[in-house]
Design a protein around this ligand. Structure first.
Ligand code: NAP
Length: 285
């Protein structure tokens, strides 16, 4: 695929991180080091990898990260108790609960116990609603990353038909709202959608958030569609069959190197912003 058809997430991530570094310098000059608490429940190897990637990204840029690892058999109450302690800890600015959590835990209750001021991953019901209603908040990191890519590449959204494939609370649903807020006409598809291929054929913008490797094929797409593949499947494979899009799409994100690095950069940005806001509050009291 020609170079100019690739939406390069590493470049966008690098730019976001430059901004984060400058803000970090200001904060550390005031004696504040932002700190992200990461919570892993159980021993899911993919979740462990994601937490490690996020902690490494924090460390590299100069954000502290504290990892809390609860056993597989933990209860909802135990998890909420930990989150409560982190909410109250002034040295913790952001809280990231890695999901999925083991099935005995009420994930929604656990997410919703995170203080909105520390919800840097946009997982609370309140954060979701605020993002949809354009009230200041930290939107979920992957949807926020998708919007950063759109902004960076100046991609035309207004009046366009955006088709989001997937409706999860952290990805498909919130990115649908963010696109709607930018005046796109949005269709959100899911596993019950009839005629997915026919709907995709009408899409100016496709957001793939399915979790199925190489699921969306190039010949399902309209000529010159813009494709943002948020999928990240085993073996570094996206949800869109990248090769089959050659000669059809106008622009596409690769996997890896597309949405993933920007998602991590957004987490860093949100954590620094949370530390800025929380430090202001402490000073003004
Ligand atoms: P999820 O919770 O499993 O949701 C998948 C969605 O796809 C569901 O809404 C499901 O519909 C829909 N779906 C499944 N099969 C379908 C089909 N045949 N046709 C149409 N829709 C179908 O997954 P997720 O957490 O949103 O993640 C989606 C992908 O994004 C995964 O590959 C994940 O690894 C990746 N991801 C990447 C990042 C990143 O930083 N790049 C971050 C988060 C997630 P129903 O609702 O009807 O079940």
């Amino acid at each position: 695929m020609k170079e100019n058809y690739i939406i390069n997430g590493r470049v966008v991530s690098g730019e976001i991180k430059k901004g984060v570094e400058a803000r970090l310098k200001e904060l550390t000059g005031k004696g504040i080091t932002p700190c992200l608490a990461t919570i892993l429940v159980g021993d899911n190897p993919s979740s462990e990898t994601y937490i490690k990637m996020k902690s490494n990204a924090c460390r590299k840029i100069g954000i502290k990260s504290h990892k809390y690892h609860l056993p597989e058999e933990s209860t909802t109450e135990e998890l909420i108790d930990l989150i409560g302690r982190l909410n109250a800890d002034q040295n913790i600015h952001g809280i990231l609960l890695q999901h999925p959590v083991p099935s005995q835990i009420d994930e929604r209750a656990a997410f919703d116990s995170i203080n909105i001021k520390k919800d840097v991953d946009g997982v609370t019901s309140s954060g979701f609603g605020r993002a949809a209603l354009e009230v200041e908040t930290y939107p979920s990191c992957t949807p926020a990353a998708i919007m950063e890519l759109i902004n960076h590449y100046n991609l035309d959204v207004e009046g366009k038909h955006a088709v989001v494939v997937g409706r999860s609370p952290i990805l498909g649903k919130p990115v649908s709202s963010l696109l709607l807020n930018r005046n796109a006409t949005v269709t959100t598809c899911h596993s019950y959608t009839n005629n997915l291929e026919g709907i995709l054929k009408q899409a100016d913008i496709v957001i793939a958030a399915v979790g199925k490797p190489n699921f969306i094929k190039g010949d399902w797409l309209k000529k010159d569609a813009i494709v943002i593949d948020a999928g990240y499947n085993k073996g570094n494979i996206g949800d869109v069959d990248f090769e089959s899009c050659d000669g059809i799409v106008k622009a596409i994100t690769p996997v890896p190197g597309g949405v993933g690095p920007v998602t991590i950069a957004m987490l860093l940005k949100h954590t620094v912003e949370a530390a800025e806001k929380q430090s202001l509050k402490v000073v003004s009291h």
